[in-house]
Ligand binder design. Sequence first.
Ligand SMILES: [Zn+2]
Length: 212
Amino acid sequence: MSSFPEQLSDRYRRFKHRLYMPNAEQYEELAAYGQSPDVMLVSCCDSRVDPETIFNAMPGELFVVRNVANLVPPYETGGKFHGVSSALEFGVMNLRVKHIIIMGHSGCGGVKAALDMSTAIQTEAHFIRSWMSMLDNARLRVLSAHQMSPQAEKLAALEKEGVKTSITNLRTFPFVQQLEERGRLSLHGAYFDIATGTLSVLNHSRNEFYPL
Ligand SMILES: [Zn+2]
């Protein structure tokens, strides 16, 4: 039988002592009255891009969904297991979040896999291939606009294009579309550069990312 990783047990005890105890009242309140975050955030699984750390958030403040390459799929009711769509439905309809942020990042392994698929068809990585096919059109746009660019530039362009694709997909959900039209929900794109710690935000009218 494998034992629970010791380093995590130690870190948990440290958390309990240094973070939980001083904020015990806040945790108790959250437990008693439930969560009411204003912000929902879709981020990558990547261990270097942690939304709570980046936004210095306390428990109860961010409703976070993490998946490979921070993607929101288009609205569709076929199939049974819709993790992102369920979270979206809950966040928007029940929690009534006011903002949804899609946060992409530099050096994304998922986006890199999507970019590489144009040259080498991968027979393994079935789930990732299928998941990343959401960026098929975005990849074609990036490849035609950046034909002469180095690979790193193409990757960064597709990472940002992926954020825009997810925002477009968000608007295919009827409840998102309705609330956005009524001005009760705002959609945002963000991009975190790991090497510099720079967070850039999507300017919708210019369709470009600008550093904060
Ligand atoms: Zn990633």
